[in-house]
Design a protein around this ligand. Structure first.
Ligand SMILES: [Zn+2]
Length: 360
């Protein structure tokens, strides 16, 4: 598409896709429970997503789309009980406005039954728990409030330490056109939530903050597999009903959101980096497509370019993809960068890569 970058999954090679019945769970990537989950009874305003309340950064915050009513809660749920020495909550924006007037800080040993640990005063509360084992912490409004709920940070001093959300994310899922795919769509959203921070970390570059909100929409149709425009991912049931194992195609799209390159980087490299992150970070166990050195060009995109990048990382420069990614983000990619990074020009490197394939 013209302006909104639309990167279709195009050639996506469904190596493992064995056309098992629609509705069956993908099997190649297990989904371990995250250490902590956020449950908000309130909708999100803008990109002030719930995970911003537990990201260790004082300048970001969760902001609700409406003022809380008495009884509304915002909960941090731990996968395993942790021994908590101290818990603190700070509400309101960094400029001090919109603090929660009437609220309680509550804790739970089992994640279900809660008790009050402290009452909010001037929008903040803290409690010494002396190492009690807890499964959940929540903020509860104790009266109807005037301002939207705004949570700057919940701080847990726990043993073992609970990792904060380094890359806060909220994935808005819409499968209204294909309700029969509910379970699969929710599973896939879980994979995106789990892998987004890992890949954002791998593709981090100075001064760049990845998007915090993604719209993931599943539609009826077979016009393609999936595509991404900005932070909107659209996927079609025609492909995923027959290839339920191909969750990696959705991860590939989420990587485009992380890339967030402005116009100007060559498409083959954009797709190559996306497939590199997909096949070498997310699903390294997936068998690779066999490449015939006589029939490929580095501009072939997707897995061909990804395999070239992987070889470059392995044999020439461990930081090559990281640096190319940073250059693309700044709109400063040029083919001379390959020579700058490795001492050899792109064509020479490509010939060496093909020779390495022939030897296999
Ligand atoms: Zn793509």
């Amino acid at each position: 598409m013209e302006r909104g970058k639309w990167y279709g999954a195009g050639l996506a090679i469904a190596v493992l896709a064995s056309a098992v019945g629609a509705g069956e769970m993908p099997r190649q990537v297990p989904l371990p429970a995250p250490a902590v989950a956020v449950e908000s009874m309130l909708p999100t305003a803008g990109d002030h997503v719930p995970q911003c309340a537990f990201d260790g950064k004082p300048d970001t915050y969760f902001r609700a789309g409406r003022a809380p009513k008495a009884g509304d809660t915002f909960t941090l749920l731990l996968a395993e009980p942790a021994k908590v020495k101290r818990v603190e909550v700070l509400t309101g924006k960094p400029d001090g406005t919109d603090a929660l007037e009437s609220g309680a800080l509550e804790i739970s040993a089992d994640g279900k039954a809660f008790e009050q640990a402290a009452r909010l005063e001037s929008g903040a509360a803290k409690a010494d728990l002396a190492g009690r084992a807890i499964r959940a912490v929540r903020v509860r409004a104790t009266a109807d409030a005037a301002a939207p709920l705004t949570l700057r940070e919940i701080t847990l001093d726990a043993e073992p330490p609970i990792p904060v959300f380094a890359f806060p994310l909220e994935v808005r899922l819409d499968y209204s056109e294909v309700p029969e795919m509910k379970e699969w769509c929710e599973h896939t959203r879980g994979l995106v939530e789990q892998w987004y921070p890992k890949i954002a970390e791998a593709l981090a570059s100075e001064g760049h903050t990845p998007a915090r909100r993604i719209n993931l929409t599943f539609k009826k149709g077979d016009r393609g597999i999936a595509g991404t425009s900005g932070t909107n991912i659209t996927a079609y049931d025609g492909w995923f009903k027959t290839h339920p194992d191909d969750c990696g195609a959705i991860i590939h799209e989420a990587i485009h959101v992380i890339q967030a390159y402005p116009q100007g980087s060559p498409g083959w490299l954009v797709e190559g980096i996306a497939d590199y992150a997909r096949f070498w970070i997310y699903e390294p166990q997936t068998p690779r497509r066999r490449l015939n050195p006589d029939r490929i060009r580095y501009q072939d995109s997707y897995q061909v370019t990804a395999a070239f990048l992987a070889w470059l990382v392995e044999s020439q420069d461990k930081t090559l993809v990281t640096r190319l990614n940073a250059a693309c983000r700044k709109g400063q990619y040029k083919s001379e960068l390959f020579k700058e990074y490795t001492g050899k020009d792109l064509d020479t490197l490509w010939e060496e890569f093909k020779k390495s394939l022939a030897k296999k």
